[in-house]
Design a protein around this ligand. Structure first.
Ligand code: ARG
Length: 453
């Protein structure tokens, strides 16, 4: 405690001490804090601010501190406020007076900003890896069922038949954008704030670019005041997590719907479903239901961090401490949720029989009929109203759109010929789609090959 409170006549009130400590939340930062200190010490020596012997002692001591925390787990002390003072205090216990040089030209303000940046970088990279694996799992699932057709929906109403693989590759695209957001996050997080000190820089001859290089970061801060307050990268990772959460939630909801008895398109094996404590027949998709709920958590954390940041005056403010736990919580939760989704797609069972029945619904082909007329030169709006009339008439007569006789079709639309019945063949409907990015059989095959390349 002496390290921090030199010059104070009283011990910090225990209620305040516990309240202001970030020790518990800082446990995830021990590793990066030590990494930052090593780089800082090397720079201090290179700039002639500490002796070689001191540097060697610090390197050796930080190695021991690292070992200590690896072997002892959660032992950061509240009384020492945070990871920075815990590591420094422990270092002093091991190497004595040499440790007193480590905080030269450094403040906890630039130190914590660095630690959080390094943590965000490592979590963002872990998320990219996890999301890439999920994309692979979705691609494999699409490949496995590449000839299966499914009704596509708009407004949750049956719309047009599509390849199941096209539907799955839509999820793949969403995740590709999530990766690009994580990459953007990495770009902005990879700026070293070390050397900004408390807020004003220092009169000591330091070289911040050297620590940047040593840490493998891309850039160094431009303005010392900005460097200690900037938590844009925290908002970035939260937003990236929130969009992942939105996407996973939409995937989960789609699958949950498809799993209902009403749809019966897909199912999950027993090892991925949970039982009801009361109803013996139930197999519930609790895993992906909880993936769906994580969106609420992600958005909550995003709103929370933006709200903390919005009213802060320039420079470091202790409020910034409260931006740390949310990042830790949400990145860990999202890593788990992405993994759950990955095994879900890897184990998804597709009920081909039930899907074949669903795509036999002739209403799904009304648009194919319409396009056939357009190809024959009927203006789109006229073709649309003719097919609407046929569809409505079929409904009123209690028959399907493909059950008219040729004469009946022609009484509404004289341009229709005997090829009309070909419109209602599912395979032909999707094979005929030729526009870029469509569910056309060839287009989907190309997209799939690209996804799996
Ligand atoms: N525990 C603080 C945090 O997490 C570290 C920086 C404290 N700086 C200070 N001047 N009190 O943000």
């Amino acid at each position: 405690m002496k390290v921090l409170r030199a010059g104070f006549s009283q011990k910090l009130d225990p209620t305040i001490s516990k309240f202001v400590s970030s020790a518990k939340d800082d446990e995830a930062l021990i590793e990066v804090d030590i990494k930052g200190s090593l780089a800082h010490a090397k720079m201090l020596h290179a700039c002639g601010l500490i002796e070689k012997e001191t540097l060697d002692e610090i390197i050796h001591g930080l190695g021991k501190v690292h070992e200590f925390y690896q072997n002892n787990g959660s032992v950061l002390e509240d009384e020492l406020e945070d990871v920075h003072m815990n590591v420094e205090t422990r270092l002093k216990e091991i190497i004595g007076g040499h440790a007193d040089h480590l905080h030269t030209a450094r403040s906890r303000n630039d130190q914590v900003a660095l630690d959080l940046r390094l943590y965000v970088l490592s979590q963002a990279n872990a998320l990219i890896e996890a999301v890439s694996k999920l994309m692979q799992s979705i691609g494999n699932c699409a490949k496995k069922h590449d000839q299966v057709l499914i009704p596509g929906y708009t407004h949750m109403q049956r719309a047009q038949p599509v390849h199941l693989s096209h539907s799955l590759l839509a999820f793949y695209e969403m995740l590709a954008r999530d990766i690009s957001r994580l990459e953007e996050t990495i770009k902005r997080a990879g700026v070293s704030p070390l050397g900004a000190c408390a807020l004003a820089g220092t009169s000591l001859p330091i070289d911040p670019k050297m620590t940047t290089k040593e840490l493998g970061l891309d850039a160094t801060f431009n303005n010392s005041i900005d460097a200690v307050l900037d938590r844009d990268f925290v908002m970035d990772i939260h937003y990236a997590c929130t969009t992942i959460a939105v996407h996973l939630s939409q995937m989960a909801e789609t699958l949950i719907t498809w799993m209902t008895a009403e749809f019966n398109f897909v199912s999950l094996p027993d090892n991925l479903t949970t039982a009801s404590s009361l109803m013996p027949q139930k197999k519930n998709p609790d895993g992906i239901e909880l993936v769906r709920s994580k969106c609420g958590l992600a958005l909550g954390e995003l709103v929370s961090v933006v709200t903390i940041l919005k009213g802060l005056p320039q420079g470091y403010n202790r409020d910034l401490q409260d931006t740390k736990p949310g990042v830790e919580r949400i990145t860990e939760v999202m890593l788990q949720a992405v993994a759950v989704m990955e095994i879900t797609f890897a184990n998804l069972k597709v009920n081909e029989e039930s899907l074949a029945e669903a795509v036999a619904d002739s209403g799904l082909y009304a648009t194919d009929l319409l396009e056939m007329l357009v190809k024959k030169g009927v203006p789109f709006r006229q073709a649309h109203s003719m097919v609407s009339e046929l569809a409505k008439g079929a409904g009123a007569k209690g028959k399907a759109l493909d059950q008219y006789s040729l004469e009946e079709y022609q009484s509404v639309c004289p341009q229709i010929d005997e090829n009309v019945y070909k419109c209602f063949v599912a395979k032909d409907s999707v094979a005929a789609k030729c526009s870029p990015g469509s569910t056309g059989t060839k287009k989907v095959a190309e997209a799939l090959a690209k996804a799996l390349a």
